[in-house]
Write a protein that binds this ligand. Structure first.
Ligand code: NAD
Length: 345
């Protein structure tokens, strides 16, 4: 299997394959780039069907963290880890402790946090073996759930996109379709409702949906109806790859900004959005508020500064859109190029 020359490898600095027999742990820790600081990225626990699938996922995710950190202006690099296991069946304290020891063996080049399949309690377990953990609960010495800051960042991105598309600085009466009203989506709805936006939401989990409908007077639609809705803004806050061949032709929204990671199914879908005149705020910038919070926790910066820094996501979005226009490239490519200018020497 060619690794160094595979497209996903993309100049990773270091990749650690962990086979800890006594603990029954199989994991991969990927460090993409540490030019701006130690790498930080969550620890995902997922029952990957193949090792190749796990490797591809961790490489892609750690690379993404480098770009995100560079664009939201934190002194961190990009890294990520995956534990090849089923979070519902295989999670045991010994497994997490072993993971903590392997993270510790990297001497701080990689800092972990929660991700799909892991939660703050798991981070507290990993913390017993290594100090290289961030995004902890307040009772564990952290700055708490990053979701409110993620939502605030997405709000800033929407605001910048609306100004670009509709030449208005107010969100009053702007029709926003939110896909997924969980931790981030529900908080985003609260901010949008306060600004006078008209909300339509969908979710596959009825409790989450009803809460937002009741609290903010949002309308609701079935999950498959959200794309074709008569809306000004589409905010994907559920899962990745939602901007694809099937959904893009349905979209009526002129602005897309949301919390979900990897919203574009492929690079060419960013191009498709640009060709349709849709203002796309790149996902890793729009959802970078959580990372700003985790970075502040790691460096013990004043928590009061976090919100101010998250508000700067708006300026960063404007910078990306201006760069895209000047250089006639889609916005996702503009963001990548600007990020590379920051983290490459
Ligand atoms: P969450 O699990 O709390 O919420 C996701 C919501 O989406 C849930 O209510 C779920 O029922 C719903 N959902 C799932 N599939 C759906 C579908 N097909 N249609 C409609 N709704 C669907 O997660 P979250 O913390 O709110 O994160 C949302 C997204 O943002 C995720 O992709 C996450 O990776 C990303 N993200 C989150 C943060 C953060 O700080 N929490 C930071 C960066 C990125």
């Amino acid at each position: 299997m060619a690794v160094f020359d595979s497209p996903d490898f993309d100049e990773h600095e270091q990749v650690l394959f962990v086979n800890d027999r006594p603990a029954g742990l199989r994991a991969i820790i990927a460090i993409h780039n540490t030019n701006l600081g130690p790498s930080l990225g969550g620890c995902r626990m997922w029952p990957y069907a193949t090792e190749a699938e796990a490797l591809r996922d961790v490489l892609r995710l750690s690379r993404g963290m480098t770009y995100k950190a560079a664009m939201v202006g934190v002194e961190l690099g990009g890294g990520k880890s995956v534990i090849i296991a089923d979070a519902h069946k295989d999670k045991r304290p010994e497994l997490l402790h072993a993971m903590g020891r392997w993270i510790d063996s990297l001497g701080g080049r990689y800092i972990t946090g929660e991700d799909i399949g892991t939660n703050p309690l798991d981070m507290a377990e990993i913390r017993k073996e290594t100090k290289f953990v961030s995004c902890l609960r307040k009772q564990d010495g952290g700055y708490g759930d990053p979701a409110p800051m993620t939502a605030l960042g997405v709000y800033q991105a929407i605001d910048a996109g609306v100004e670009r598309a509709f030449a208005t600085t107010s969100l009053k009466g702007v029709r926003v379709a939110v896909q997924g009203v969980g931790n981030v989506g529900a908080r985003l709805c609260a901010l949008l409702a306060e600004a006078g936006a008209e909300l339509t939401v969908c979710d596959i989990f009825a409790d989450n949906l009803e809460r937002v409908v009741e609290r903010h007077g949002a309308a609701s639609v079935a999950p498959d109806e959200i794309f074709a809705l008569e809306a000004d803004v589409f905010a994907p806050c559920a899962m990745g790859a939602v901007l694809n061949d099937e959904t893009i032709p349905q979209l009526k929204a002129k602005v897309i900004a949301g919390a979900a990671n990897n919203q574009l199914a492929g690079e060419r879908h960013g191009q498709m959005l640009a060709e349709r005149g849709i203002v796309y705020l790149p996902d890793y910038v729009a959802n970078g508020g959580g990372l700003i919070s985790c970075a502040a926790e790691w460096y013990r910066h004043d928590p009061a500064e976090v919100e101010k820094n998250v508000m700067r996501i708006r300026e960063t979005c404007v910078e990306i859109l201006e760069y895209a226009e000047r250089n006639a490239v889609p916005s996702h490519e503009a963001a990548d190029r600007l990020a590379e200018q920051r983290f490459r020497p």
